[in-house]
Design a binder for this molecule. Structure first.
Ligand SMILES: Nc1nc(=O)c2c([nH]1)NC[C@@H]1CN(c3ccc(C(=O)N[C@@H](CCC(=O)O)C(=O)O)cc3)CN21
Ligand SMILES: CC(C)C(=O)C(=O)O
Ligand SMILES: [Mg+2]
Length: 286
């Protein structure tokens, strides 16, 4: 089923949860990353606000704007045929008035071309989530470690004591009641994620949430080891493209300096008839 070429929809994900088919999600931030992730078979592409860190060089996701998200979403959508594209609402967007949330989410769907949005948090954003769902905008929830709250939480595992584990289960259920079509659980003990996965009728996508989730998500630059400066311990490395890129650039620079690039394979030449006449008297006369 994951090999089908038709677009992944909410119904596809629903079916995958029921069948126990694991869902593979990866972030993408531009046309080439979307094209390659699609070719690699990813079901869901997340235009994560992590782009602020891995693509734009900020220290956190907090500075990322709606216009950043729109710009990158448009590029990802152009490169993604099969996967459903989900875009993060940036910092402080889901907390605004109902109208403001709808406007921002509407732009991501209408101008960006995404198929869904993702919102961090629960209580404070529940009204905005309900408004979006009511307007026909699919919403993915995100609880546990919510990076937009880095200034309060840090990047710490969440739900390690009884009270906070119970709170996560409650939040998962409240979000489901509010109509989210799937839920990202970030950095929580495996046992808590398993409990939530069992209780919810919707797919639970884990990142640092253990083996029992309905699907997994990782940041593109982490799993491919591509110039990412942070290394959470839940990351597994599947390639080292950063090293490949650096090595390629190093060799190019060296060949330019040595004059071995460009070689005869990489130049344009005049046809010999033109060449003969170009520097002759006749050629200069006109
Ligand atoms: N490259 C990248 N990958 C990500 O997964 C990611 C981003 N950037 N930027 C936005 C957020 C930030 N995230 C993070 C960042 C750090 C940890 C981290 O280092 N966690 C500690 C947990 C320590 C503990 O509480 O025990 C770890 O050691 O994994 C986790 C998630 C996830 N997101
Ligand atoms: C880490 C994932 C879940 C995310 O929200 C992002 O990449 O922004
Ligand atoms: Mg995010």
């Amino acid at each position: 089923m994951s090999l089908q070429k038709t677009r992944v929809t909410l119904r596809t994900l629903d079916r995958m949860k029921k069948e126990g088919t694991k869902i593979a999600m990866v972030t993408a931030y531009d046309y080439p990353s979307a094209k390659l992730a699609d070719a690699g078979g990813a079901d869901l592409l997340l235009v994560g606000d992590s782009l602020g860190m891995v693509v734009l060089g900020y220290e956190s996701t907090v500075p990322v704007t709606l216009s950043d998200m729109l710009h990158h979403t448009q590029a990802v959508v152009r490169g993604a045929d099969r996967p459903l594209v989900v875009t993060d609402l940036p910092f402080l967007t889901a907390h605004l008035s109902r109208d403001e949330v709808l406007k921002a989410a509407g732009r991501i769907i209408q101008e960006g071309g995404a198929g869904a949005i993702k919102v961090e948090g629960c209580e404070e954003v529940l009204a905005g989530i309900r408004a979006c769902v009511g307007a026909g905008i699919p919403v993915m929830g995100h609880i546990g470690l919510t990076p937009q709250a880095v200034h309060q939480l840090g990047y710490r595992v969440q739900g390690k004591d009884l009270a906070s584990a119970q709170k996560l289960v409650e939040e998962a259920e409240r979000l489901t009641d509010a109509g989210v079509f799937a839920l990202v659980l970030e950095c929580v003990p495996e046992e808590v994620a398993a409990q939530i996965q069992q209780r919810l009728p919707i797919p639970v996508i884990g990142i640092g949430a253990g083996r029992h989730c309905d699907g997994q998500v990782l940041v593109y630059h982490d799993l491919l080891q591509y110039a990412s400066e942070i290394r959470p311990s839940f990351v597994k490395t599947y390639a080292k493209i950063g090293d490949e890129v650096e090595q390629g650039i190093r060799q190019y620079v060296q060949e330019v300096r040595q004059g071995t690039f460009p070689g005869t394979d990489h130049i344009y030449s005049l046809p010999s008839a033109v060449k003969e006449r170009l520097f002759s008297k006749e050629g200069e006369e006109r």
